[in-house]
Write a protein that binds this ligand. Structure first.
Ligand SMILES: [Zn+2]
Length: 421
């Protein structure tokens, strides 16, 4: 087989000196790395060289948690622009609330949110008669004023000392919500342990994270992101919760097209537990191994497809939807020379150079005037594609092809097939 696969095999088992943030085991050297990619949120107004870093993704051989070997420093990840914000799914929250209030939380009267994505759940609980409070768990700004603190800073507040102070002021609640923050934590175990202090005697902690299984199976590398430190699947979320001293009451899975949402209902155990994390999850380990060993061939295949689509003049490819996945896709696969148009209708992004790109973001109205492009790559949620296709109908009319960058979408550019849709 190819050189990469061999090099992975020969390096197996070499200790790295880095420890797993779930079980503390030594990480070995079987993961994958991206060399010198920029921070995905580092859009710049004039084109300027952006700071780059290596990213290394490993799976702990003992507990199976997939994780960045070394998260970047908080200051390096902190957005430099005020409008960098992310969206998380909400459509399933009515069902989450129904399940909680008809089941384990039928007597709950109070709720807390600890991060930026809890308000939609708190709103629904309020409508059902609970009190709710969005806690300010973020540490105060360091005062250096060099950025706009967001998730990279928020996760720092999930530590025992800070949460103890908050509990002193606000007490405890029957439902504590922590949505889409745990995967950003440099110390997810400490964060979960600390959150016990906010939960009432019969209360629960609701943790919601994206499940990495689908993008791993689809060999989609655009989901790797310096802001996501842990890449959970159901078994590793359960292991982490148990290790942090919780009984896992329930894990609900809400299917998403590219990632499912995992909603865990956790109840603090009498004492902090030491879960048995030595249990082998063989299928997960195979999934990651395949993901790692497919990187090189996927990169080559995507590069040649995109280069061919760019054509001899090199300006035949556009990318629509410039979020962190689009940015990682371009930089991890070294595609910036082929992207002649970066299109996004978020007015905040217009005019900025996405990190590593050679072109500025333009809105779709301007894109419609671009007669060079023959292929438009979609980096938008699959459920949104039909709206974008409607918007870009004049392009389809003159023969422009549309193709998703996401491996989970049929006909995707990374599915390795050269058939066009
Ligand atoms: Zn581990």
């Amino acid at each position: 087989m190819d050189f990469v696969e061999k090099s992975v095999v020969v390096s197996m088992g070499i200790a790295t000196g880095f420890h797993c943030r779930l079980c503390g085991g030594l990480l070995n050297d079987c993961g994958l790395s991206f060399k010198q990619v920029p921070v995905c949120n580092r859009f710049t107004a004039p084109k300027e060289p952006v700071e780059c870093h290596n990213l290394r993704l490993d799976q702990c051989a003992r507990c199976q948690l997939i994780q960045l070997r070394e998260p970047l420093p908080v200051d390096a990840v902190m957005p430099r622009l005020p409008w960098i914000k992310y969206r998380e799914p909400e459509g399933h929250l009515d069902s989450v609330v129904d399940r909680l209030l008809s089941g384990h939380c039928s007597k709950a009267v109070s709720s807390f949110g600890v991060g930026p994505f809890d308000q939609p759940l708190l709103n629904r609980l309020e409508r059902r008669g609970l009190n709710s409070l969005a806690l300010e768990t973020r540490p105060p700004p360091s005062g250096q004023g060099k950025g706009f603190p967001y998730l990279e800073t928020w996760q720092l507040g999930l530590n025992a000392a800070n949460l103890a102070e908050i509990a002193d002021v606000h007490g405890k609640a029957d439902i504590v919500s922590c949505r889409y923050l745990l995967e950003h934590c440099h110390d997810p175990l400490g964060g979960l342990r600390g959150l016990r202090q906010l939960i009432s005697a019969d209360g629960v902690l609701i943790v919601e994270v994206p499940d990495s299984t689908k993008f791993l199976a689809a060999r989609d590398y655009s989901f790797i992101w310096e802001e996501h430190v842990s890449y959970f699947v159901e078994s590793t979320l359960r292991s982490l919760a148990a290790k942090a001293g919780y009984a896992v009451v329930d894990v609900h899975r809400y299917p998403g097209e590219l990632e499912d949402a995992l909603v865990a209902v956790l109840r603090p155990s009498a004492s902090e537990g030491e879960a048995d994390v030595t249990q082998a999850f063989v299928s997960q380990s195979d999934l990651f191994r395949l993901y790692v060993s497919s990187l090189q061939s996927t990169r080559q295949s995507v590069q040649s497809l995109v280069a061919a689509a760019a054509g001899p003049s090199g300006d035949g490819v556009a990318l629509f939807g410039i979020g962190h996945q689009a940015v990682m896709f371009v930089n991890a696969f070294d595609l910036s020379e082929y992207v002649a148009a970066a299109v996004d209708d978020d007015p905040n992004k217009c005019g900025y150079f996405p990190p590593g790109f050679r072109v500025r973001v333009i809105p779709s109205q301007a894109f419609l005037q671009d007669n060079r492009v023959r292929t438009c790559l979609f980096a938008v949620a699959p459920g949104m594609e039909h709206k974008i296709r409607d918007k870009l109908a004049p392009l389809a009319k003159r023969g422009v092809q549309f193709r998703s960058i996401f491996g989970g979408v049929p006909g995707s550019i990374i599915s390795g097939s050269s058939s066009w849709h």
